[in-house]
Design a protein around this ligand. Structure first.
Ligand code: GLA
Length: 734
């Protein structure tokens, strides 16, 4: 790893693992992109900026500055002065004019990586901030008096390049930031594909691959959250690139609010990728002397397809983004009462579930929605965070004590960012709900969204949650957020500042979770948003696991978890075994398969265990043991996709290999049974080709090379939705 300034060539070179990122200064002014890819280590690469080709740099051909601006590979593109491709920055002056041109002023290279105030960000795990470096490039728009700091960080143990931007008003007049994206990446690519993740509620993060076409291809959210529909991720793949082969350029946004991510194929067969806060509904007032920091973007390059990209993201997030000390710890196997009881429960019901759960080796009871205020249905009481003593006589202390007596720890659900029109809180503070003057705010799930740009609202929310957590030993919180935003207006933010509300809201959420983790450092936090609408890297900074989807159907989960695991380590993926017929799809799947699929995540249960047949109760005991055995491997290992049901519509297969390559766990799911089939040949990955792997339970031994290149045979199973786990360990007796 390293960052250096090559003075003679006027280049900045960042190296990280086998990757190199090179920035150049054209004409002494323009910060240009030279290269991002496999390390080349040749300081003569500056010609890649093409400043010697017509239309030349403006000093050599001032009459064609416009053509230069529209073709140059910018590190940070700005609007209004000649570059017609998607820009990152657009600024309006007090006088109402728009346009910005940033000129290079200088640089600084720092050891370590500074944090971003109020925002989630990757960090050096080393206490002395070692193991990482940061380059700051200073630019200025003289006319606006605007200074921009372009930040690039690298870590010793990761080939990713992390970017963020800070804008400082050093002029005399107020500036209005209309658009601040974080990063832009220009590249030559004549033919390629775009990979994104998208879907809907209960169908989150399906992989969507399509050919890159001329013009702009956008994924975005202005729902106030990352959303079920789109994901703040974008990858451009060279034609023919696949799991193991080909070049991939990826961007992932460490943020939980509105975003846009775009790939634009422009007139010269160039591709521009951009990512940042969605400009729709955004405007930030930048007073003189004040700065604005845009959330960071992780840029990843892989020369070996998606598998390598996945490993880079997984290792980066485990090593440099997830702070919780649960990161490397076994998570308790929990049972959540949501699908078991919905709102219809009391202490007695919960204790019945807990008692049976304890008998089967489950370790934590999580009480979901419905324990507070007068909440009996998904309407009412959000904001009134006081225990409903009719349901829970003796309050939380008594319930938690009873649960603990059974040997289980206790977790609880909150939806702290919301307010029900039918709540004491709303009756007392109707203006705390976001709303637009003169309009009745849109209800969704019969609720409004709290205005978290207001300090007193943030304090109220914090104190409500903290008071409950202080009242009894609670080990886990599921932090939910069940509606997308509308009517984004604040009663107290001045007229000029309403465009800041979306972002200020998310800053409020981050502040709340930061305070929570400071006061309750041992709390296991799981973020959630109507299932998986807030599965994003921003949330990972606060919670080591995130609820992946309300869809717990084992078959539907294959595609959802495949897309999620493309970027996120399995230990971050909230996954539970639920009852059949599945509450969403009505599908019947074997209990065993549901267990296998949930084991590719945090693992737990979401069903009424008291109503299960004895045979399934016994299977729980077996699943619990399996989870205990394999959880370190699943949490810490390298994940590989072997086959994808989403692609082949027949079967699914994934593998986790320990970092030392001495152990591998393969999970195979046969979706629909087919008659008259031979065995399936699976090519395993990531093994030591020379090592001898013993397949547990069979006595068979295979060389790693045989399993990877010759293949492993899986026999067809009778029945739909059947699954099998195969555990390989290196034969020590060799
Ligand atoms: C959301 C969550 C569910 C459950 C309900 C409770 O939909 O995703 O898991 O907690 O809210 O209302």
């Amino acid at each position: 790893m390293g960052i250096e300034y090559l003075k003679a060539e006027g280049l900045f070179r960042l190296t990280a693992g086998d990757t190199e990122y090179v920035i150049g200064i054209a004409d002494g002014k323009y910060v240009g992109h030279v290269y991002f890819g496999k390390a080349i280590d040749d300081s003569r690469c500056g010609y890649l900026m093409r400043t010697e080709e017509p239309p030349f740099v403006p000093s050599r051909n001032p009459g064609e500055k416009g053509s230069f601006a529209d073709a140059f590979f910018w590190e940070y593109s700005t609007w209004g002065v000649g570059d017609y491709r998607e820009s990152c920055l657009n600024v309006r002056t007090a006088g109402g004019s728009r346009g910005c041109e940033l000129h290079y002023e200088g640089y600084r290279i720092l050891e370590g990586k500074p944090g971003l105030k109020g925002l989630p960000a990757t960090f050096c795990r080393d206490e002395e901030n070692g193991g990482g470096m940061t380059l700051e490039i200073f630019c200025r728009d003289q006319v606006l008096g605007l200074k921009a700091v372009l930040r690039y960080s690298v870590f010793e143990d990761s080939p990713a390049v992390i970017r963020s931007v800070e804008l400082i008003n050093e002029g005399q007049e107020t500036l209005y930031l209309e658009k601040v994206l974080t990063a832009c990446l220009d590249m030559d690519l004549e033919e390629g594909d775009l990979l994104t993740l998208g879907g809907s509620w209960a169908r989150e993060r399906h992989m969507i691959r399509r050919p890159l076409a001329f013009g702009k291809q956008l994924v975005s959210s202005f729902r106030g959250e990352s959303g079920h529909q789109d994901h703040p991720f974008l990858a451009v793949m060279e034609k023919g690139a696949g799991r193991e082969r080909g070049q991939v350029y990826a961007m992932h946004f460490v943020y939980s609010g509105n975003f846009m991510a775009e790939a634009e194929v422009s007139q010269f067969d160039n591709v521009r990728m951009v990512m940042g806060i969605h400009p729709e509904g955004f405007e930030w007032v930048l007073k003189p002397g004040v700065s604005f920091t845009a959330p960071e973007v992780v840029c990843v390059y892989s020369d070996q397809g998606l598998d390598k990209m996945t490993h880079i993201f997984h290792d980066l997030y485990r090593g440099h983004l997830i702070r919780s000390h649960y990161l490397h710890k076994k998570r308790p196997i929990l049972i959540n009462n949501w699908e078991a009881t919905y709102f219809d429960f009391d202490s007695g019901r919960l204790l019945e579930i807990a008692e049976e759960a304890a008998r089967r080796g489950i370790e934590m009871l999580v009480m979901d929605d419905g324990w507070f205020g007068k909440r009996e249905k998904p309407a009412g009481s959000l904001g009134d965070w006081t225990v409903n003593e009719e349901k829970l006589p003796g309050g939380l202390p008594r319930l938690v004590k009873e649960v603990e007596k059974l040997g289980l720890s206790f977790g609880i659900w909150f939806e702290p960012e919301m307010i029900s029109p039918d709540s004491d809180l709303y009756r007392a503070h109707p203006d705390w709900a976001m709303h637009l003057p003169g309009r009745e705010p849109v209800q969704s799930r019969a609720q409004y969204v709290l205005d978290l740009s207001r300090a007193e609202v943030v304090d109220y929310v914090y104190e409500s949650v903290a008071a409950i957590l202080r009242s009894a030993p609670v080990s886990y919180v599921k932090w939910d957020m069940n509606r997308q935003m509308t009517d984004v207006g604040s009663a107290v933010l001045g007229r000029e500042h309403q465009g800041e509300l979306f972002h200020r809201y998310i800053l409020g959420v981050y502040e709340l979770q930061e305070r929570l983790m400071k006061e309750f450092p041992d709390l296991l936090l799981e973020n959630c948003a109507s299932g998986g609408a807030r599965f994003d890297p921003g949330m990972l900074y606060y919670s080591p696991q995130i609820w992946c989807s309300d869809d717990t159907d084992a078959v539907e989960r294959l595609a959802i978890q495949e897309g999620t695991a493309l970027l996120y380590p399995l230990g971050a993926i909230g996954a539970h075994v639920s009852a059949c017929p599945n509450h969403i799809t009505g599908r019947m799947t074997p209990f065993r398969t549901r267990g296998h699929v949930a084991m590719a995540g945090t693992f737990g249960y979401e069903l009424d265990i008291t109503k299960l047949p004895e045979e399934e109760k016994q299977m729980i005991q077996n699943q619990v043991e399996t989870y205990h055995r394999f959880q370190p491997l699943v949490r810490e290992g390298d994940y590989y996709r072997i086959a994808s049901w989403a692609e082949n519509r027949r079967y699914d297969c994934w593998e986790v290999v320990s970092k030392d390559r001495r152990e591998a766990l393969v999970t195979f799911v046969q979706v629909l049974a087919e008659p008259n089939r031979h065995s399936r040949k699976l090519f395993l990955k990531g093994l030591d080709p020379e090592a001898e792997y013993c397949l547990e339970g069979s006595g068979r031994v295979y060389k790693g090379a045989l399993l990877m290149y010759g293949g492993f045979l899986v026999q067809p199973m009778k029945g739909d939705f059947m699954s099998q786990m195969y555990h390989f360990t290196v034969n020590y007796e060799r």
